[in-house]
Design a protein around this ligand. Structure first.
Ligand code: MN
Length: 291
């Protein structure tokens, strides 16, 4: 009798064990908790941390999250949340380096691969958005966060939109940003396996302070979407000349932005082209409505 009960107990323990192992999520599709704030609105290309998924490989860092395209040697997209406390006074670290978190068998783009190419090492998650600590700023200089951008794009309208975004944060907003590039223009002279894109795009959701949750996105949430050509001759252009819709970028890239947001709301915020200007504040709206 005693041995029967021991046997039953053993079976219960084993089956419980088996169940735990079975129901545990596959680790290659789980985003580590620390950078979760950068992916609140979804993983637009279903990137995973499985190294066999080399052209859609998820790298999650405390400062930003990205999907790497190993064949192109560039990110597919980089996503980051921006709030006031991310912006500090740290000096630009200029620590361009291969990404140490990339699996060894992957293509490790070197800072020098860009030298003499005529293209800038264009940050996706930009340096000034990560200036609270030296470590945060330095983290933006890994080569997996870089795309070959023309100097006129990088230092022109692309930079102007980055600055504009920080002014929104300065006036009490939080932002959820995602940036990437698409198309194939050429390759780098020194590293002909690194692809130079035809255009770069960015989608920004403008959120209230403390508003980085799905529940904070409503049909009238401001979404700024741009697509800029990766060409010379555009340095003086305003970023607003390149406004488009998130839906147009989805159609072009095949990604799904805001996938965690209800479809009816996606349909509104992704198809409305932003005006490039902040809308009237709540107070002034109420004043206008007054009879
Ligand atoms: Mn979508």
């Amino acid at each position: 009798m005693r041995s029967l009960w021991t046997g039953v107990a053993l079976l219960v323990v084993i089956s419980a064990w088996y169940d735990v192992g079975r129901t545990q999520p596959r680790t290659d599709t789980v985003v580590p908790p620390a950078p979760a704030r950068h992916l609140v609105f979804g993983n637009p290309s279903h990137a995973t941390t499985n190294p066999s998924d080399a052209d859609n490989f998820l790298l999650a860092k405390p400062q930003f999250v990205l999907s790497y395209h190993n064949t192109h040697g560039t990110p597919n997209w980089v996503s980051w949340h921006l709030k006031k406390s991310d912006i500090g006074k740290v000096e630009r670290q200029d620590t361009f380096r291969p990404d140490p978190e990339l699996p060894r068998q992957f293509k490790h783009v070197l800072p020098n691969d860009y030298v003499g190419s005529g293209f800038d090492r264009g940050h996706m998650c930009n340096s000034k958005d990560r200036t609270q600590t030296e470590a945060d700023n330095s983290a933006t200089f890994v080569m997996t966060n870089m795309v070959p951008q023309t100097p006129d794009l990088n230092r022109g309208p692309w930079e102007k939109l980055e600055s504009y975004a920080r002014t929104l944060v300065g006036s009490g907003r939080e932002l959820s940003m995602i940036a990437g590039c698409s198309g194939a223009r050429t390759t780098l002279r020194r590293a002909n396996t690194v692809q130079v894109p035809e255009s770069c795009w960015k989608v920004i959701a403008v959120l209230p302070r403390g508003g980085n949750t799905v529940a904070h996105v409503e049909s009238n949430t401001r979404v700024i979407a741009v697509e800029m050509p990766n060409t010379q001759g555009i340095k003086k252009k305003d970023w607003r000349a390149f406004l488009t819709t998130a839906r147009a970028i989805e159609a072009k890239t095949g990604y799904d932005f805001f996938s965690t947001v209800p479809t009816e709301i996606q349909d509104q915020i992704e198809t409305r082209k932003d005006t490039g200007r902040a809308r009237a504040t709540r107070t002034s709206t109420r004043e206008r409505r007054r009879p």
